[in-house]
Design a protein. Structure first.
Length: 233
């Protein structure tokens, strides 16, 4: 217990002193996770809304596939992306393997099904209220999607947060495609695993505290935005 207390004290000291190694890892983690969430949101929200609001061949198959992919094992995603980006893979010529870009790709693949599936459920619930109105006004498919997404925007904040939570906590996929290279592809989760195995508890705890603090800050900000939007003008 004393070792834990000492490690915790050193961890707080590293955070307060803005330790260079710690800040580099945190900065890269945020860049990778936020980039993946942004791309997944641009893909997943319209996709989920389309599956909910439009009628097209294979719609049920797409919905089932998205629900199934929500539970994809990260190591499987990492392996598939690795094979696609490796030198013998179809995208090997791009030279993206073991770079932050490869990590963003892997995280995006994992997050898109989550965002799309949750967005589909949100839009389906909203359709109960808006479907008749949209039909009467003769709204085009694009107009239906933009209207529903606009009306559900604050509910969809939770959907985006779920994607960020998955991205920020990911280890397996980013380890496979990123390689956990110091000052290149080492992010908070992979660094925590490495530093724990090395016995460097202060660094591991420091990264863990920062990770939890960031998640808390993001969720609090989103909650405040939703509450502000819900207040009558």
């Amino acid at each position: 217990m004393q070792d834990f207390s000492q490690a915790l004290a050193v961890a707080f000291s590293m955070i307060l002193s803005m330790d260079g190694a710690l800040m580099r890892i945190v900065g890269l983690s945020l860049r990778v996770s936020l980039s993946a969430v942004a791309v997944a949101t641009l893909i997943g929200l319209p996709l989920g809304a389309a599956v909910a609001a439009l009628r097209f061949p294979g719609r049920r198959v797409v919905a089932v596939a998205l629900n199934t992919m929500m539970g994809l094992p990260p190591v499987v995603v990492g392996l598939v992306v690795y094979l696609l980006l490796s030198r013998s893979g179809p995208f090997g010529v791009l030279g993206l393997l073991f770079t932050p870009t490869a990590m963003i790709v892997a995280q995006t693949v994992m997050i898109v099904p989550i965002v799309a599936s949750l967005a589909r459920q949100t839009v389906e619930d909203l359709l109960v209220e808006y479907d008749d109105l949209l039909r009467v006004t003769g709204a085009s498919p694009l107009r239906r999607l933009t209207t529903l997404l606009a009306e559900a925007r604050w509910s969809l904040v939770t959907t985006v947060l779920a994607g960020f939570g998955r991205a920020s906590a990911e280890v397996g996929a980013v380890m496979i495609v990123g390689g956990n290279i110091e000052q290149v592809t080492r992010v908070m989760t992979t660094a925590i695993a490495l530093e724990t195995s090395k016995g460097d508890l202060p660094m591991a705890l420091g990264l863990g505290l920062v990770l939890m603090t960031l998640s808390l800050a993001v969720n609090l900000t989103a909650s405040l935005l939703k509450e502000t939007a819900a207040r009558p003008a």
